[in-house]
Design a protein around this ligand. Structure first.
Ligand code: NAG
Ligand code: NAG
Ligand code: NAG
Length: 306
């Protein structure tokens, strides 16, 4: 299935320790003290959602750090794991995981292959997760309401579910959008056709951030999308002309669309700051970090290009 191949590459990129990202959170640690993280996204930050619903991500995923498949499409840890660590919190349990979970310090709604816009295809047909961002919001909403009902039962429930007041002081993190771009390419759309629907994707993203704000979320940490044109599974599936490959081996047209998406996301964030006056919204330039890791691999300690 497409998500197998696709995610394997996505993680190869996403599981690298992004020092720049986490160090800025560490700096913020003093005043912030987030009691919980609620995460939304795709394989870049899935800690077990797709695995719980559709079967475990198989080895070698999970082997080098956890010693067994651990729900991540990654052999090691994901950026979200390092974010949790840097805030002094446990790794996030996947909302969909019914075994051994502990949501005291947050929950993870991300699943590998997720998109912002609901797709009109099944996972089996296209490899994209049915758990698109709007579904992740339904799950979050249900979790928020029912966790408080269940917590009142006391006992063990008090030790595995967050307190009501933690929802408004939690950090809401997002890493999603990459699959919205690739889904168009996989339907044989041109770069211009993909660009044409980006405003709709960003509009739906805006809606979800506002929905979370409306139920009390205040602190938002939004990753932009990475250099999709450097992902081997994209390059393998979609032919590009020789002249469109940059000197690091990445497909320039797809990276340009990713940057187009990111420019739009930046504008969306500016709009959100106006629309949601009590929110603190941080736009995180993951694109630059990942592109630097890929293009400057040697300087970052890799003997070969990622
Ligand atoms: C799915 O179909 C609906 C109805 O035709 C359309 O509005 C929507 O944009 C489609 N979604 C995608 C991702 O193409
Ligand atoms: C869940 O995690 C919290 C915080 O780390 C801890 O205090 C609690 O004991 C854990 N609950 C269980 C059942 O392990
Ligand atoms: C895209 O084009 C390729 C090559 O022409 C074809 O094999 C494939 O079926 C097309 N995919 C879709 C979804 O139209």
């Amino acid at each position: 299935m497409a998500f197998d191949g696709s995610s394997i590459i996505v993680m190869a990129i996403s599981c690298v320790f992004l020092v720049n990202l986490t160090s800025s959170l560490v700096l913020a640690k003093g005043p912030c003290q987030f009691p919980a993280i609620f995460n939304f996204g795709d394989s870049n930050s899935d800690t077990g959602g797709l695995s719980a619903a559709f079967g475990q991500a198989p080895p070698p995923n999970g082997m080098s750090y956890f010693g067994h498949p651990a729900g991540r499409y990654c052999d090691g840890r994901l950026v979200i794991d390092f974010l949790a660590e840097s805030l002094g919190l446990a790794y996030l349990s996947a909302f969909l995981d019914s075994l051994g979970t502990n949501f005291t310090h947050g929950a993870n709604f991300a699943t590998a292959g997720s998109t912002i816009r609901p797709q009109n295809t099944t996972l089996h047909q296209s490899g994209f997760s049915p758990i698109s961002l709007n579904v992740q919001f339904y799950e979050f909403h249900d979790f928020h309401v029912r966790s408080q009902i269940v917590r009142k039962r006391g006992g063990v429930y008090e030790t595995i579910l967050p307190k009501e007041e933690d929802f408004s002081s939690a950090l809401y993190t997002f890493d999603i959008g990459q699959n919205d771009l690739t889904s168009g390419y996989f339907l044989n759309m041109s770069v211009d056709e993909v660009k044409a629907y980006v405003p709709d994707v960003l509009n739906q993203f805006h809606t979800i951030i506002k929905d979370i704000y409306d139920v009390g979320g205040r602190y938002f940490w939004l990753h932009n999308t990475g250099p999709v044109g450097c992902l081997p599974y994209v390059m393998e599936r979609i032919p590009v002309l020789a002249g469109q490959i940059d000197r690091y081996g990445c497909a320039s047209p797809f990276n340009e669309v990713a940057q187009f998406f990111n420019q739009g996301l930046k504008k969306t964030v500016q709009q959100l700051r106006k629309d949601l006056p009590h929110a603190a919204i941080t736009y995180v330039d993951v694109y630059s970090v990942k592109y630097s890791l890929i293009s400057q691999g040697r300087n970052h300690g890799k003997s070969t290009r990622i």
